[in-house]
Design a protein around this ligand. Sequence first.
Ligand SMILES: *[C@@H]1O[C@H](CO)[C@@H](O)[C@H](O)[C@H]1NC(C)=O
Ligand SMILES: *[C@@H]1O[C@H](CO)[C@@H](O)[C@H](O)[C@H]1NC(C)=O
Ligand SMILES: *[C@@H]1O[C@H](CO)[C@@H](O)[C@H](O)[C@H]1NC(C)=O
Ligand SMILES: *[C@@H]1O[C@H](CO)[C@@H](O)[C@H](O)[C@H]1NC(C)=O
Ligand SMILES: *[C@@H]1O[C@H](CO)[C@@H](O)[C@H](O)[C@H]1NC(C)=O
Ligand SMILES: [Zn+2]
Length: 952
Amino acid sequence: MGTKMLVPAVFCVLLGFAAALLPEDMRSNLEFFDYSSNVHTSAYRLRDNVYPTDMKIDLDNIDLEGATFTGSVEMIVLVRENDLEQISMHQKNLFVTRINVVNNTNGENVQLRSPNPFSYDDKFELLHLHFHLPLVTGSYTITIDYRGRINENPVDRGFYRGYYYYENTRRYYATTQFQPYHARKAFPCFDEPQFKSRYTLSITRPYNLGPSYSNMGISSTQLVGSSIRETFYPTPIISAYLVAFHVSDFVPTNATSTDPRPFNIISRPGVTDQHAYAAEIGVEITNQLDDYFGIEYHNMGQGSVMKNDHIALPDFPSGAMENWGMVNYREAYLLYDPANTNLPNKITIATIMAHELGHKWFGNLVTCFWWSNLWLNESFASFFEYFAAHWADPKLELADQFVVDYVHSALNADASPSATPMNWEEVENNPSITSHFSTTSYAKGASVLRTLEHFVGPRTFRNALRHYLRDNAYGIGTPQLMYRAFEKAINEDHTFLNDFPDVNFEAVFDSWIQNRGSPVVSVDRNVNTGGIVVKQERYQLSGVRPTQTWQIPLSWTEQKHLDFSSTKPKFLLNTSEAALASEEGDNFVIFNIQQSGLYRVKYDDNNWRALSSYLNSNNREQIHKLNRAQIVNDVLYFIRSNDINLELGFHVIDFLRSETDYYVWNGALTQLDWIRRRMEHMPRAHEAFTSYMRGLMNNVINHLGYNEGPNDSTATILNRIQILNYACNIGHSGCISDSLQKWKDFKENNEPVPVNLRRHVYCVGVREGDRSDYDFLFNAYNTSENTADMVIMLRTLPCTKDEDALKHYLQESMYNDRIRIHDRTNAFNFALQGNLENVKIVTQFLRNNYQEIRITYGGEARLILCINALAGFLNTYPEITEFQQWAYMVQVGLGEAFSTSQGVINSAMANLDWGSNNVLEVFKFVSVRSGSPAIFASSFLIIAAMLIQLFR
Ligand SMILES: *[C@@H]1O[C@H](CO)[C@@H](O)[C@H](O)[C@H]1NC(C)=O
Ligand SMILES: *[C@@H]1O[C@H](CO)[C@@H](O)[C@H](O)[C@H]1NC(C)=O
Ligand SMILES: *[C@@H]1O[C@H](CO)[C@@H](O)[C@H](O)[C@H]1NC(C)=O
Ligand SMILES: *[C@@H]1O[C@H](CO)[C@@H](O)[C@H](O)[C@H]1NC(C)=O
Ligand SMILES: *[C@@H]1O[C@H](CO)[C@@H](O)[C@H](O)[C@H]1NC(C)=O
Ligand SMILES: [Zn+2]
C-alpha cells in the first residue's frame, strides 16, 4: 500500500512532536493504515484444510444512488481433509440468498444440512457452510448468491462509493479498497494473503456509465436489459486483498497505446489534462523495474496481458493501493498540473507510482505468508519507491533524498524506547497495539535493505532479488526464502566471499529484522596510536538502553585521506565491541559513509572537536553532504539524549551558519525546531533561541534568494521551500516582506504566486492579513480543480490570526464536502501548526466537538490521531493541566482515545522538563553566538539571576 503514513499511536506518544513536524511534513501524512489487531486472534483465521483455486465473481444490480448490489460467487475449492463437517470462509455484512455445492469428482450436488444449511458469525466475520454428511478430500464447486452494500464512507473500505462534481452536478463512482481484510465486504472469500487463486470477474453496470475497470482487461461485453455486462480476463494467481474493481464514468488517457504494453491514467472527466506526467514517469518506471528484476510486468498475467492502469480517486482512504493491473490513488498523488502542483507533490507522484509498481513484484507476484511478515513486501516497495523513481528521473535526486527522508525517519522512530521490531510476531498477545504498519514497515525496512545493498554490493543484491522472485513467483514468500536467495547470490560473488569469508548472512539480516530499535556505534580513537575502539548499543532518547547486538557493516574514512566515494564496508561489527586501526595523529575519522548504514555514530570528544573545527572551516564541503546531514542530525539527537556535551554539540552544528545544502539543513531543521519548542514556556529563552536560529539561517536565505531561478536543481528548490517556510514562520523580516509583496500581487492583481513558493507566501499573507485575506484564500480553495494545490491552501488557511476565521476553518473541517474525509485529520493538524496562539482555540474546538470529530473525520482512529497530535503542542503547564482535567472529565466519552490522551500528557510533560532542564546551557550558548550582551558568557551570578527570569 502507499507510502508514508501518519506515525501511529505507538510512536506518537513518545515522539509526538517528531510526527507533526514543520518543514518535512510536506511529503508525509499520506497514509493511515487502519489495522485492528483483532484479526490476528485465531478465531478470525481460517484453517488451511480448504483451499480456493478458482473464483468467479459476478456483480449485478449495481445501484450507486441506493448503494446496493447483488453478487454471485462460484468458487472451486480443494478439500484437503476427510470427515469435514463444515467449510468456513470470510464474509462481512453480506446477506446470503442461496448456496449450492457440487462434488466435482462425480458432478453431483452435495447436500447441505437442513435446517440451517449455513450460519453467519458476525463477530469473527465468517460464513459457515454445514454439510449433511462429512466431506472427503477432493474438489468442490461452491456457488453463493448474496446481496451486499456499497459503503458510503470511504474509510469503511471494501466496496465503497465516493463523489465528485462535474458541471455543478454531484456524481457517484464506486471502487474498492480490500487491503488488508476488506474483500470479505464485497464477496464471500478466503480473505487471508496466503490463499491465492485465479479470479474472473463480471460486472453489470448501468448503461449511462463508462466501462468498468478491474485488475484485467475486458474480454467481452453484453447488453443485459438496459445494463451492460463486462467480463474481464482471468487474473493471475492472487490473494483476495489484491482484487479490485471500479464502476463510474471516469475516462482514460492511454499513454502508450501500443498493445503489448498498455499503460493508462484514469480520472474523473474534466482533469484529463493532468494525466501526462504520471503517464510519462510511470512508463519509464515500469521499464526500469522490468530490466532490474528480469521479469516483465506485462508478462505476469499468466495467459493474458497484464494491463497497467492507474486511477485517480477524489476519495481514497489510503495513499495508494497496488491492486494488480489497477492501482488506486488519491487524486493529489497522481494528477499533475504544472501551474498548480509544486515540486514536492510532483516528486510524490513519481515515488508513489514507483512504490506501487514495486509491489507488482514484491507483494503481488510473491506474497507474504502473514501480516507479521509485511515488511517483506512493504520494505521492498518503499526501497524501489525511491530507487526506481531515481532511475526513471535522476534529476529528482531521489537516491540522496532517501537518506534524509527514510533513513532519518527510521532512526527517529527507532529512538523511542517502545520501538517495535520489523518482524512483529507478538501481535496476538498485544491487543493494545493497533497498528504495526508503521514507519517501521516502510522507512526502516527500506533503510535496512539499503544497508544490505551497500554491504553485498548492488549487483549481488539485485541477483538475490531475482533469485527470490523467480523461485517463488505466484507463491508465498517468507524471510527464510529471502535469506536462501541472498545466500545463493553471495555464493556466486567471489569478491564478496573473499572480503567476508565466513559471514552468516541470515544472522546479519535477522539482526536487523528481529531487534527492536536501531544501533548507535560509538567510536573512541586514541590519537597517539590511532587505535579505535568501536562499540554498539541500542540508541534511545530516554530510558535504560537494553543490551542488543546487530551485525553492522562499518565503512569509514580518515581525515588524511578523505574519500566518500566508496560505501563498501571494511568491517562487520557483530559483537558489542571491537578494535580497529587508523593512522595516528590528531585527526578525525568519519564513520558510515553517505550514511549507507542504518546507525548513528557517536565520537569521543577529541574527534568531535577536530570534526567541528574542520566543519567550521572552508573545507566543509570536503565532507560529503549526506555525512554532514548525518552529523547534524545525530548531534541534535545526542543533545536531546545527553550523549554529547551540549556546548560541544552546538559548536559542531555551528557550521550551519555557512551551510547552504538542502540535505544538511533537512537533517537539522526538524530537530532544531524541537529544541526551540521546548523553550515555549520560557518566553525569553524562546525568543533568544529563535533569534539564534534566524542568525544561523541568514546565509542560506541570501544564498537561495526569494525567487526561483530557471535552472534551479531539485535540491535548491526543495531547500528554498523548507528554508523560507521556516524562516517566515520564525519571523525573518526579509522573508515576510517578500511574501507580503507576492501575496498582494496575487490578491489584488490576480498574479499567481509561483507554485513552489505558495506555501509560505499564502501563510504569511493570511497570517499578516485580516479576515478578508482568509476569505480570499478560502474561496480559492472552494473553486480549485487541483487537489495538490488545495492541500497547500488547506495547510495555510489556519495561519490566520483572526479567531473567528480559525473557528470557521475548524467547523469547515467537519462539514465542508470539498474537504475530503482523508484530509480532515490533516486539517486539524494544520490548524495546530498555524500559529502558537492556535493551540488554545484548537484544543477548545476538540473539547467542544470530540464526538462530532469522531464521526465526521472518519472514526475512532482519526480522533486518536488528532489527540496524539497535541503532544508536540501543549507546551506550557496551564495548557497541559487544562487538557488533563478535561480528559478526566470526559473519560467515558473519550473511550479508547482516553489512553491516548494520557500518553499525550506524559509526552508533553517530558518535553517540558527537557526544556526546563537544559534551558540554561542552551541559553548560554545561543546568547554568545547571537552576540547578545557578553555578560551572559561567563558570570555565574548573572546566569543564576537570569534563571529566575527565564522561568517566569
Ligand atoms: C504486501 O504488501 C501489502 C502492503 O502493501 C500488504 O498489505 C499485503 O498484505 C502484503 N502482503 C502480505 C500478504 O502481507
Ligand atoms: C464425491 O464423489 C466421489 C466420487 O463419486 C465420492 O467418492 C465422494 O464420496 C463424493 N463426496 C461427497 C461429499 O459426496
Ligand atoms: C488511445 O489509443 C487509441 C488506440 O490506439 C487511440 O485511438 C486513441 O486516440 C488514444 N487516446 C488518447 C487519449 O490518446
Ligand atoms: C562474527 O563474524 C566473524 C567473522 O565473519 C565470525 O567468525 C563470527 O562467528 C561472527 N560472530 C557472530 C556472533 O556472529
Ligand atoms: C540556464 O541554462 C541554460 C542552458 O544551459 C543557459 O543557456 C542559461 O543561461 C541558464 N540560465 C541561467 C539564469 O543561469
Ligand atoms: Zn505499499
